[in-house]
Design a protein around this ligand. Structure first.
Ligand code: SF4
Length: 512
């Protein structure tokens, strides 16, 4: 089971995009399980299905792949199946970031998962309770089943996407860059098999009229010539469209020309901050207004060749203080009108990155339920240089500016192509623009009016505000009854404790 969504949703964005955001590893596990002689039922939950009806009845072993925002849903599903005598196993980003918590609710918790790790679980296949077994390979797998082998899972998932269908592909794992906040910075860079990639691209042209591929590589464009060479060899230029995440520093003009010729229609580079993390952009040694100018110029160059550009920013970084970072981002919106700004509130995902140990040593991590850890529903780090209300005021102001009628109109005019234009409008008027403004405003108003709410944010209380409890209950629907006792809470200092640290005690009270 692949949990793309953390609960039922009717949002326009979910209807258009969720099926296109399916993960690759649950499909890989399906293929490996079948190759090991097992019958597999594959469910991708996008939030649009009736989950209880989708769940198969006759199961011996249930694998769930989830991001942290899907944890409470995953825990409830696991509990429901365990009551029926099913063995359960969790993998994916949440299991990698919070293995200790997952062990409370699953029989197996998977870190790096290769065929050997999977076969070990299949052979053992027994209840491990109250504490599940944590199993992990030393490294990421060296090879993964390609699109041809995964097609039986890809095809029914994509049938749920009405506007366009994006096939998930992977050309590499890990990243040679060392951005301290990133889960991939500690994974060695490793390209996957180019022959298989070539075969998969040709296969897709047989299966789809106008295929669109979403590269799931953490950083597409490392070994640029090898990848583009393989694509050029495999299929005629432009016969497949592509979307990828890549560092700005890898997107010089000659490469952009080549990407455009080969059908790249969307790029999603990270800017993150105007003051730091410059190793990913060309503007390595520039900061503040000068970096805005350079990145805007580069963004405008990209949109000359690539119709859809999303630039990603992290809000609330320790290097930020005062209104300036937000004002600089507004200036960027003005100077690079075609770029869609993707905002994330600074979040510390357990063991995702070594940087998180520092946050835990400082005692700044809050125990917000995982359900809200999706980069915008909650920020689980107390900002270093902002009071909460001040911070939310800035975030609301920036979000309003970014998705104002003026900004949407300028973006529409600067974009090319039907789908990029539609996507940017859908995102701006759906959950990401209007929805977030409403949500942030309701959080900000509660911070101002409800002392219990504010105390939780300040780490002075561990009592989760009812506002959040109600949202989880609402999202889980009938599965709320299966949420194990205590499963709304977790130990936000588990990573530090797992390192055997005795020197640092959290400075704030935390839920345990
Ligand atoms: S460049 Fe991107 S993928 Fe690579 S370490 Fe930095 S954030 Fe992670």
């Amino acid at each position: 089971m692949d949990l793309v969504s953390k609960g039922p949703t009717k949002s326009l964005y979910a209807k258009v995009m969720h099926a296109n955001l399916a993960s690759i590893m649950p499909q890989v596990l399906g293929v490996w399980c079948e190759e090991a002689g097992h019958d597999v039922t594959f469910v991708c939950f996008t939030g649009l299905e009736n989950l209880v009806e989708e769940l198969p009845e006759d199961v011996d072993l249930l694998f769930i792949g989830a991001f942290s925002q899907g944890a409470q849903l995953a825990y409830s599903i696991s509990e429901m199946f365990r009551r029926r005598g099913v063995i359960t196993c969790v993998g994916g980003p949440h299991a990698r970031c919070y293995p200790q918590d997952c062990q409370l609710y699953f029989d197996y918790v998977l870190g790096f998962t290769d065929r050997t790790v999977l076969e070990g679980v299949l052979e053992d296949c027994q209840a491990h309770r109250p504490l599940g077994q944590h199993r992990s390979a030393e490294t990421q797998p060296l090879a993964l089943p390609g699109v041809r082998a995964r097609w039986k899972y890809i095809e029914p998932t994509l049938e749920k996407a009405p506007l366009f269908q994006m096939v998930p592909m992977l050309g590499s794992l890990g990243c040679p860059y060392t951005c301290a906040f990133c889960i991939d910075s500690v994974v060695d860079y490793q390209p996957l098999d180019f022959d298989e990639m070539r075969d998969d691209l040709r296969f897709l042209r047989e299966k789809m009229k106008k295929p669109v591929v979403g590269w799931h590589d953490p950083n597409f464009g490392v070994r640029f010539d090898d990848y583009l060479g393989t694509i050029e060899e495999a299929v005629p230029p432009g016969s497949i469209q592509f979307a990828a995440e890549s560092s700005l520093s890898l997107l010089a003009e000659p490469r952009l020309k080549r990407l455009a010729k080969n059908g790249f229609m969307a790029m999603l580079p990270g800017v993150e901050s105007w003051y730091t993390l410059g190793n990913k952009s060309k503007a390595r040694n520039t900061f503040g207004a000068e970096k805005v100018r350079q990145v805007a110029e580069h963004s405008n160059l990209i949109t000359k060749y690539i119709p859809y550009l999303q630039t990603n920013f992290v809000l609330g970084l320790d290097t930020d203080h005062g209104p300036e970072p937000f004002e600089l981002t507004k200036r960027f919106i003005d100077e690079a009108p075609g770029a869609f700004p993707g905002y994330s509130l600074l979040t510390s995902f357990g063991e995702a990155a070594p940087l998180n140990l520092g946050y835990q040593e400082e005692g700044r991590v809050l125990g917000f339920p995982f359900h809200f850890l999706n980069n915008h529903h909650a920020m689980n780090l107390k900002p270093k240089n902002y009071e909460w209300i001040e911070f939310y005021d800035h975030v609301i102001d920036l979000t309003k500016y970014s998705f104002s009628k003026r900004a949407i109109w300028r973006r529409l005019k600067a974009n090319r192509g039907g789908i990029p234009r539609i996507m940017n409008v859908v995102r701006a008027i759906s959950s990401e623009g209007k929805g977030r403004i409403q949500y942030y405003t309701s959080v900000r108003d509660r911070l101002a009016s409800d002392s219990g709410f504010r105390d939780y944010f300040e780490g002075e209380s561990t009592e989760l505000p009812q506002f959040y409890v109600d949202r989880v209950r609402n999202d889980l629907g009938p599965l709320w009854d299966y949420l194990p006792e205590g499963a709304l809470e977790h130990d936000p200092y588990a990573y530090l404790k797992s390192m055997g640290s005795t020197t640092a005690e959290p400075a704030v009270a935390v839920a345990n």
